[in-house]
Design a protein around this ligand. Sequence first.
Ligand code: G3I
Length: 380
Amino acid sequence: MIRKTFVPVVCAISLLVAACSGSQKNSASPDMPSLKTVFKDDFAIGTALNAEQIEEKDPKAAVLVPQQFNMATPENIMKAEVIHPQWGTYNFDLADKMIEYGKKHNIKINGHTLIWHSQLPAFARQIQSVDSFKTFFTDHINTVAGRYSGKIFSWDVVNEALNEDGTMRKSVFLNKMGDNFVTEAFRLAAAASPNTELYYNDYNNEQPAKRAGCIALIKKVQAAGVRIDGVGIQGHWHVGKVPLKDIEESILQYSALGLKVMFTELDIEVLPRNFQGADVNQRMKSDPSLNPYVNGLPDSVQQQLAKDYQALFNLFLKHKDKITRVTFWGVNDGQSWLNGWPVRGRTNYPLLFDRQFMPKPAFYKVIEAKKDFANTKKGF
Ligand code: G3I
């Protein structure tokens, strides 16, 4: 008798607790909103995955990622330093696991990245002759893009080839091959992987000067009759300073080129930093004042973060006809590269899920943006 009475009471209490706890829903709870479902008619929702998450060794991420995301980008394991460590030697183990992960969870994979001046293997950086460098360049793209042709949805073909003023970055690619290396990279990738979407990806390319350089670069590829399908605006922004006007103008201008527009590495910095951008080579000297929230994020900052993410998604929804994907650069705060850059060992809070994989107020404000958008459409 007690057992019959007991069970309904327990259920009622747990439901009541869940209902009152609001954002305290467990990240694995089936009744928590799903980003990919909420935005299924608007754009894909992606995340960057590290090796542990790809191998599903991170139990909370193993539940949360398939629940929330329908696209994924390898944070590091497809970069040349990892996948092509020695001349003619390729290490595809983790990249193959990423492809299998995508198949298992019905998550499309964006390859990152074929050509980037950072995380290049030492042998490539040390190549002296132009001919040998061109051989490395061609073999790398043909081998890597060729292997995943038909298995991968898209590639960041070239990453971060521009300076802040829109001129070409003086990278080893520019020095060895001239500024035509971008067009050549897309030409090779299109031939090696004909049914894969091909993107140019950069940070701060929503800023007018860099955007102008990015548009000129894209037009150069297009003028050569070479396929380029989209542009990635990485979206490494700062709390309280998200450049919404520049972002909207960039969506319009890139879309006018006939390109798909994506936000490919979205996170919002909440710690002090005296420069914008995401150049991994930049560093700041460590100082306690630069790591003020070791014991938790003040509510005022948490609320500003939520407000910024809501404003971004209001803008993304306004231009959902031009935007095909929004990818967060990491699943949760604990994983974020911003805990270690530009100052090592900081405690940052740039994403929608906290260190316990619980949704933050920003998560619910992103969901609210869709509700508001839907109501506007209905004329409420
Ligand atoms: O895997 C090695 C490990 O074996 C070694 O013990 C450890 C200690 O040095 O380093 C590990 O490699 C690190 C790697 O992340 C994997 O954790 C590299 O040092 C570290 O530099 C690398 O940082 C990545 C950074 O790109 C540089 O490649 C970040 O995780 C990643 O979030 C960041 O992502 C970039 C995008 O690819 C391009 N856009 C900017 C964005 C942020 O910088």
